[in-house]
Design a protein around this ligand. Sequence first.
Ligand SMILES: [Zn+2]
Length: 300
Amino acid sequence: MPSRERNVTGIVLNLLMERGVYWLFDCGEGTQQQIIKSPIRIGKIEKLFVTHLHGDHIYGIPGMLTSRSYQGGESPLTIYGPKGIRQLIELILETSQAHLGYELHIVEIAEGVIFEDDQFKVETAELDHRITSYGFRITEKDQPGKLMADKLKALGIESGPVFGRLKKGEQVVLPDGRVLNGNDFLGPALKGRIVTILGDTKPCPNVVPLAQNADVLVHEATFSEQKKNLAMKYDHSTAMDAARAAEEADADALILTHLSSRYQGEDINHLLQEAKQLHRHTYVAHDFWNYVVPKRSVKE
Ligand SMILES: [Zn+2]
């Protein structure tokens, strides 16, 4: 439930630097209101990933879709979600006679790779919740090093086809007989990052492979360990369960979300401390909070 301090689920992966867009994960009621209060532009949401079809994760979708249209969003939007998402969205749009000014694609997902291009790969696996719930593993692909143009210019070589070949790491023989090796003119390659965002779940075997070596794991922590019985009963996790998963997966930062509205003020700090006993690098997300995923250090 939303509370005065915390809204229901809506997580943005800010990819402005990488591809000029945002990816949204779940869209609970009130998400567009929260977006309006943030620097995020709704028209720049390129993809919406839906973990599962419980109301606190999806009741904000129709309003977000139609506002995106009013605000001049013209680029296509793709929604990925469990079976049933298509019927749900099409029925609402049709019944309310909403017409979107952009292409809407809806993909009903199964486990495996659901999206891949030369920048990113998104994989899913099923979790263990009362209804079908997915986790998403977003992998940024490694990027080749930058060409050191200054170093080449100092050797009297101007940009052109030679630059292109060196950039691919090729060996180039110049007309004057000099031999250049591409690798001598490339900066360090950047290793891609991994972000794992999970839907609601109790501890289950697919969590660790989804989060293996992730730079960030976003994991629900609906209850404290004291309420483990409730977590088990409602197919949710405790803060400690989340921390255990982060440890097992060797993930770096753990971000706890989806706290029960019973936890307010100092209780939230208790949840954090509980998780930190097992995984030191842990945060509790609060509304409008950001975590910057650090660039990975140089790949040797
Ligand atoms: Zn749920």
